[in-house]
Design a protein around this ligand. Structure first.
Ligand SMILES: [Zn+2]
Ligand SMILES: [Zn+2]
Ligand SMILES: [Zn+2]
Ligand SMILES: [Zn+2]
Ligand SMILES: [Zn+2]
Ligand SMILES: [Zn+2]
Length: 515
């Protein structure tokens, strides 16, 4: 038995959305909704030694369900940023902007000057007694490095409720202290702020704690151009996994949406990917260590085969052997590698040599379908078909082979087959390895659906029949596309794909019903 959140009477009835508070009656539930609403999530915040604070599902969560929608505690320019508008955080044109009449920071216009966002650095700059003067617009500007930290430090004045929440976030100040990054931040932010703003308002420790909290908890938000950084409160308690159960999307106004691409069982820990799930394990681990200061031990990271996909493996040095090379020790990507078939060992130098060439060639490649084919043909000598470098090029190929409907209709059969094959393989691979990469998966599903539709058209032309099964397959992938992209705003390319996908889906449903 639980007690009613309003009158304390004993009751069995819980709020069905969060499963965490109880009510004796519908009336009392309704009465309490206003105050309960902001805490009503299908998860609770739990705590243990290993994970610190983390989120645990309090009921079964259905596929595509939104688990959390949250506004940022603060947002601001990235630490390395070109001059941006201090209101909307979009880049500004050298000859087409205004400067704030109080502080001199560039803004795109009066609407942006009126935004609350700008208050923090505006007050601090005004108190300095001298306006800022930004003259260089090409490339990163050093003045912008400290702005987001200033906004965090002044939250107690601009937004006390958010300041209290910001204080609770992890900064890992003790772990960061003394590292190269920390030293660079100390010079460009910690010592810079008091000097530049001529203020003794913040201690060095206070500033460095804010820098740490920002780096550990900051999310890159693509709703501005260039992307800005934002800190979210509840979302920051989701733990990291390289095969997470939550996907992250952003609304037009920069709020974050965490949602479930697949069903989640009651009692499961909720996770997002702090690095990039499309990268191989060695790269993800390096990135996590550098930016978030920890070693990931998720199920994908402790398994060198990466869930049986061999995403980071190389082909055996011996061309007659069909085995694959992988690190001898699962957690040491920098040590020796060994063939799992013939047991032959190779030095780290051999592995690095291949990978370095493979990445350089992708970077310097002019992105055309023809070059993509050449790349794949060349590197399949050393890399197995699902290797992350080959997969990266195949993702490009799916887009480059027939860039639009017009090109698709005149595409040679052989290339259409390749487009179909790559798209299908990639979707299969990433649904195992990176189910949270919803924008990529959605886009691939759209490409596959249109390639199947074109193939169907050609078969129908030749045989005079309308192959219903193929139409149904095309519909299946366009429906998947809509599911994956359903929370994408129309300010993103994916939002536009979503719109087209819905039109195509409805048309296909109609055709199938008639045939
Ligand atoms: Zn009651
Ligand atoms: Zn509830
Ligand atoms: Zn603006
Ligand atoms: Zn101002
Ligand atoms: Zn991991
Ligand atoms: Zn071998």
């Amino acid at each position: 038995m639980n007690s009613c959140n309003v009158c304390q009477a004993e009751t069995k009835n819980k709020c069905s959305n969060c499963n965490q508070v109880a009510y004796c009656s519908v009336q009392h539930q309704k009465q309490d909704w206003k105050s309960h609403k902001s805490n009503c999530h299908p998860f609770r915040v739990a705590h243990n030694e290993l994970l610190g604070r983390h989120l645990v599902a309090t009921r079964n969560i259905k596929p595509y369900e939104i688990v959390l929608k949250e506004a940022p505690l603060m947002r601001g320019p990235a630490q390395i940023s070109v001059p941006v508008c201090m209101g909307c955080l979009n880049s500004i044109e050298p000859n087409d902007h205004i400067t704030c009449d109080k502080c001199g920071w560039p803004l795109c216009g009066p609407e942006c000057q009126a935004l609350d966002e700008h208050k923090a650095e505006c007050q601090l700059t005004e108190a300095r007694g001298q306006k800022v003067n930004v003259q260089e617009f090409n490339g990163p500007h050093p003045l912008y490095t400290c702005v987001s930290t200033v906004r965090c430090l002044l939250l107690s004045e601009t937004n006390p409720a958010n300041a209290e929440k910001f204080q609770q976030l992890e900064s890992l100040e003790q772990t960061r202290r003394g590292s190269n990054q920390w030293k660079a931040d100390l010079a460009s932010i910690g010592q810079f702020i008091p000097k530049f703003f001529r203020t003794q308002k913040f201690s060095e420790e206070e500033i460095m704690r804010a820098v740490g909290a920002l780096q550990i908890n900051g999310h890159e938000v693509p709703t501005s151009d260039p992307p800005h950084v934002a800190v979210f409160y509840t979302a920051s308690f989701t733990e990291n996994s390289c095969v997470p159960n939550l996907a992250k999307s952003f609304t037009k106004n920069g709020h974050c949406i965490l949602w479930a691409p697949k069903a989640i069982k009651k009692g499961a820990n909720l996770s997002i990917c702090y690095s990039d799930a499309v990268w191989g394990t060695a790269d993800r681990q390096r990135h996590l260590m550098q930016t978030k200061l920890f070693k990931c031990t998720c199920e994908r990271c402790v398994d060198v085969t990466e869930l049986g996909t061999y995403y980071s493996a190389l082909k055996c040095e011996d061309r007659k052997c069909t085995g694959l090379l992988l690190p001898i020790k699962a957690d040491d990507w920098n040590g020796c590698w060994r063939c799992r078939e013939c047991q032959k060992q190779v030095q780290r130098k051999y592995v690095d040599g291949i990978l370095e060439r493979a990445i350089k060639d992708i970077q310097s490649m002019e992105k055309t379908a023809e070059n993509g084919f050449k790349y794949l043909k060349h590197y399949e000598k050393w890399l197995p078909p699902q290797h992350y470098h080959l997969s990266e090029v195949k993702i490009l190929q799916v887009q480059l082979i027939a860039k639009d409907q017009k090109e698709l209709m005149v595409l040679p059969d052989e290339q259409l087959q390749l487009k179909l094959k790559y798209a299908k393989e990639l979707i299969e691979l990433y649904e195992i390895l990176a189910p949270c990469e919803v924008r990529m998966l959605g886009t691939l599903c759209f490409e596959l659906h249109s390639a199947i539709a074109e193939h169907t058209r050609r078969v129908a032309l030749q045989s005079n029949l309308s192959p219903k099964e193929m139409l149904e397959e095309s519909l299946l992938y366009v429906e998947k596309c809509v599911n994956y992209l359903q929370y994408e705003s129309d300010i993103f390319v994916e939002g536009h794909i979503l719109k087209q996908a819905k039109i195509n889906r409805d048309a296909l449903r109609m055709v199938i019903r008639i045939s």
